[in-house]
Design a protein around this ligand. Sequence first.
Ligand code: HEM
Ligand SMILES: Cc1nc2ccc(F)cn2c1N
Length: 290
Amino acid sequence: IVHIAALNKDRKIDDYQRIYNKIAEKIREEDEYDGYIGYGPILVRLGWHSSGTYDKTNNSGGSYGGTYRFKLESSDPSNNGLQNAAKFLDPIYKEFNWISHGDLYTLGAVCAVQEAQGPKIPWRPGRVDLPETETPANGRLPDANNGADYVRNFYARLRMNDREAVALTGAHCLGRTHYKNSGFDGPWGAASNSFTNEFFVNLLNEQWKLEKNKSGNYQYDSPKGYMMLKTDYALIQDPSYLKIVKEFANDEASFFKEFASSFQKLLENGIDYPKGAPQYIFKTLDEQDI
Ligand code: HEM
Ligand SMILES: Cc1nc2ccc(F)cn2c1N
């Protein structure tokens, strides 16, 4: 399968910055969502899940076709709860319906990371809405009840190495698990809407206890009320992953650098960009004094 980015000569950076600002202002405005976590974390998750269906073996899935908009994909149990992010973006799509869904979902995730004081994520437009027939089957997104070998194997399908895999999981500094969505619960303490390297610091510094929760899933819980999935905890069980976790816990700048490149790669998996395809780095609201 080949997906070539469609270059749209009529749209320039300020067209996309306008959409970025609309999303950023709406995140700022609707701050009460999910116990005042806000919409940032779930917008990041939507961008990740619409890209995480990619399969390098036949270059299928991924963000290009915007197929999350079809019921087959949005009703994948792995996508439980993401309807809230899609509803958040609906009115913005209505106002700027010249953008493709794939570009909107990924732009929303980039906006959410940057507005949470995370790194700048370079972003390239050109995804094209594909028909429902192109929707990947359910089951391509990862299952949390697994260890390091599964994690390594899963990320290999997305062309991600150990360093990229650890960096990407660092997005679990944001938001929280929701029992009704995934059968995991917590953290009950302050779930964050700021993008930092805390995920790695907590992994190394907290005492973790493997517990069976009321839905029969296993998760790691800490005395402070934090939680980690088995796939999170795997990052300190495996020697190669552990080395990288320590680096990111001790050097937030190096985490930010690796996250920025890995997240862009994740959001662009499967897309061929022609020579000269424009790449944008959006200003945050703060940088525009908005
Ligand atoms: C092995 C890989 C991964 C697994 C098994 C996994 C699993 C999960 C689960 C079970 C939840 C809770 C969903 C809910 O109950 O609402 C969650 C939330 C989240 N995930 Fe992951 N995840 C993985 C990788 C990633 C990656 C690569 C990113 C982004 C780069 C990411 C970003 C998020 C965010 C931001 C949330 C919080 C969403 C919210 O607060 O509503 N995750 N993840
Ligand atoms: C703070 C926080 N956010 C998340 C998101 C997903 C997950 F699995 C765990 N998380 C934790 N501990």
